[in-house]
Design a protein around this ligand. Structure first.
Ligand SMILES: C[S@@+](CC[C@H](N)C(=O)[O-])C[C@H]1O[C@@H](n2cnc3c(N)ncnc32)[C@H](O)[C@@H]1O
Ligand code: SF4
Length: 186
């Protein structure tokens, strides 16, 4: 259940409220990661996003304050349909200058995905880059490589440009960091 958690820090900043949404789906499990994620439950994506929406509406009805930060983490938020994720994020009451972040796996990011996020009010991404060294990435069991990271950052750049300038045009090609359409969890 979504409810405000009051910590000593929160008591010191009573006007601040952050909402965290967890997306528990991953394409594969990294050895070092202890987050609550599953690789075999993609069929639950729609139901899970629907349940998140229900929880948010219930929390709002119970007086949840407007958030000054929203963080969508995982798991892998970039594995679920971006428009559906943006629709869930839109249900959260936010202060006008709220920081809204989505954690992105470099493997999945496309310009279209980031545009959908921007259209949904996302103004910050956290791109999971452990290293730009192939041997380190291999040792960690990461599925992305240096090129994926560059493409993901470029896509973020163009999404930012689009959100601040109507005359900007993005990359002509639509492709994920792996060079192909990302696999979607349904
Ligand atoms: C939780 S993941 C979410 C985004 C996406 N699943 C990904 O891996 O890029 C966000 C970041 O946390 C990192 N992470 C996970 N477990 C960690 C750990 N035990 N220590 C340090 N970073 C960790 C991941 O490698 C990733 O860069
Ligand atoms: S993809 Fe991200 S969330 Fe999933 S297991 Fe790896 S580090 Fe953890």
């Amino acid at each position: 259940m979504l409810r405000p958690v009051i910590t000593p820090d929160a008591a010191a900043f009573p006007d601040m409220f952050g909402a965290y949404l967890h997306i528990p789906f991953c394409a594969s499990k990294c050895d070092y990661c202890a987050f609550a994620t599953w690789t075999d439950r993609h069929h639950l994506t729609e139901a899970y996003l629907g349940a998140l929406g229900t929880e948010i509406k219930r929390a709002v009805a119970n007086g949840m304050p407007a958030a000054d930060t929203v963080f969508v983490g995982g798991g892998t938020p970039t594995l679920v349909p971006p428009e559906q994720l943006a629709a869930v994020i839109a249900l959260i009451p936010k202060l006008p200058d709220a920081e809204v972040t989505v954690e992105c796996n470099p493997d999945d990011v496309t310009p279209e995905m980031l545009r959908a996020f921007v259209d949904g009010g996302v103004n910050r991404v956290s791109i999971g880059v452990q290293s730009m060294s192939a041997h380190v990435l291999e040792a960690l069991g990461r599925t992305h490589d240096r090129e994926n990271v560059v493409r993901a950052v470029e896509a973020a750049f163009w999404a930012c440009r689009r959100s601040t300038s109507t005359s900007s045009t993005g990359p002509q090609e639509s492709r994920s960091a792996t060079g192909k359409r990302p696999s979607r969890a349904h």
